[in-house]
Design a protein around this ligand. Sequence first.
Ligand code: GLN
Length: 316
Amino acid sequence: MKMKKIMAAVLAGAMAVSMCGCGDSKAAATTSAAAGSSTAAAASTAAASTAAGEGTSKAIADGVLTVGTNAEFPPFEYVDDNGDPDGFDIALIKAIGEKMGVKVEVQNMEFDSLVSSIGNKIDVAIAGMTITDERKETVDFSDPYYEALQYVIVPSGSAIKSAADLSGKNIGTQLGTTGDLIVQDLASKDSTVTDSPYDTAALAVQDLLNGKIDCVIIDKNPAEVLSAQYTGKLSALDGKAFDFGAEDYAIAMPKGDTALQTQINKALADLKADGTFDALVKQYIEGSDSAAASDSTAASTSAAASTAAETTTAAK
Ligand code: GLN
């Protein structure tokens, strides 16, 4: 998908979630991975044989893997032109589901609700989610599939260049993310630092453009996609200059469901071995940060974004 389309989809998604405001937009966001009747047919046989071979996972006993995401995190997940979640993670989990022989249904919800919804509303979550010790108390993770780092989005010409420059700053983050945790930690050590968590990174970026906050700390790839939309106004700074450590994305799943974990890890390994994983990286991730959206789409969608921004304010 082209940059232009990704941004339009992202902003439409931001609006949809803002307007809903409930994190349970099931009907609008549910999509199915069954690409055709051959997939569906393969599904039942494969599910039966895998289950017999490797123990059963209650989560997929019905032949459906219900996946939670937060489609506000391009290029990993965003809402496409048809209103369906798309992006690297969505394509990856659909490919994993196909290998496992189960149907994949994606539900779009708030990032902050994902972990607590695993095992009840959803079976697993894929959302550019970093493995953290705190999350590991509640859920298990698959093998890591992508290495990430927090980046800092600043207005062009900002004096913010390294960790020391964050002192005295009001920093936008996305609620419940590792960026939010990093800034909470900074604020606990330096009372002049303020953490301003927003429901979505796009809303934080709007307030950055409006001058309400000094910078936004979010993961590298979304930082690059979002700042590329405002070339000349915003830049994304490498988190290494801020001493941020590497993070690993993985799929979160119910604690103790080793049958499910084994199947997901096997599918992931197979997709890496057969080249599908690399093809998805090329399709969705590489190139998504280099194209500047300096065309009419950026102008028209930024109007939509500010409307969305008005409906949500920073949590503090
Ligand atoms: N990687 C970050 C985290 O896990 C952000 C994920 C996201 O916003 N989707 O907290």
